[in-house]
Design a protein around this ligand. Sequence first.
Ligand code: FAD
Ligand code: UDP
Length: 370
Amino acid sequence: MFDYLIVGAGFAGSVMAERLATVANKKVLIIDKRDHIGGNTYDYYNHDGILVHKYGPHIFHTNSKEVFDYLGQFTQWRPYEHRVLGSVDGQLVPIPINLDTINKLYGMNLCSDEVEAFLASKAVKLGQIRTSEDVVLSKVGKELYEKFFRSYTRKQWGIDPSELDASVTARIPTRTNRDNRYFTDTYQAMPLHGYTEMFRKMLSHPNIKIMLNADYKEITSMVAYKELIFTGPIDSYFDYCYGKLPYRSIDFKFETYDQEQFQPTGTVNYPNEHPYTRITEFKYLTGQKHSKTSVVYEYPTEHGDPYYPIPRPENAEIYKKYQLLAATQAKVHFTGRLGTYRYYNMDQVVAQSLTLFKKLIAEHSPEIHL
Ligand code: FAD
Ligand code: UDP
């Protein structure tokens, strides 16, 4: 008899497994329908010996000391600040839009204050910021919106930015200084030996058993357990009784080139000219030295593994119904990007599972002081 069955060996499930096993001395079975641990952050050495991320580029960043220190128990960190260029009007310019983006694009030599005034003169005045279109129009105006955001977003999500919640494009700031980092979080680093290795350490505990190639529906009746933690898609758990929650997927196309470097920075975004959204070169992220280089092209698609919950009001309505149903299941707990239908980064998922763990301890094992 296991204390917990945990479905999904990504961050959401693995953090739960590690905490329950280590701190609460619970017996845990963690399963995944894939043939590996790590969920969407799984990385491996390809045929040429280059470390690549199977489900697209994963760059770790957080403002949470708790999350950073927690994961630091299972990996050493390699400091890494991600930089992205956007291919626009035949040039490669910094994204997020900053001082240099504006000067390069328009052949100007403005200082910070002047760029601020320039953007203010372009910005569209809106009463309410409701959609992803509103966010960008209100900051940089129509022309830059169309150059950088409109087509990219339509490609990525299959719908217009005006149909997406504001939170999606609000992930990308606008800057009037020369800071060209993609993220400004306090902690920005990659696991020195990769994500999979970090997960191996997290899950290596005598109280944790791992079962791969195992779908929840297939094995649930074969194992005995007291409580369930589910990190797969919440609609799948309830057999889609309120209809399918929409997810966006991506086809990842990997290439290895017989040259040391392919592009000038970790990621180049292609808002307008190709069916793919971006190309990422892994050696920037991992710091690996190799005479060849591997990259991944991302082609967004409607079909395939559920990678992105789609933040828009009608989907939130459907999710709310599942959430209410979930609340009636005393011994089943949902966490993670798919389990709670949230467009979360890795650190947010770790924080979410740490919070769920604390809640479970407070309810079931108050004698344990965290
Ligand atoms: P997942 O990693 O999806 O894990 C869920 C697991 O559950 C999967 O392994 C799945 O196989 C398993 N599962 C589902 N259903 C079942 C079932 N019925 N039975 C058994 N197993 C099941 N975040 C960042 O912070 N930085 C980034 O740079 C970044 N880049 C990203 C790039 C892409 C292309 C994508 C798609 C996401 C990116 N993310 C990034 C987000 C990051 O991947 C997630 O926040 C994180 O991996 C979510 O972890 P999770 O455990 O909730 O879900
Ligand atoms: N985005 C865009 N152009 C860009 C970069 C981002 O339109 O050059 C929009 C797009 O809608 C994207 C969202 O901003 O989905 C969030 O971008 P981010 O890079 O955070 O996406 P992720 O890494 O999660 O795929």
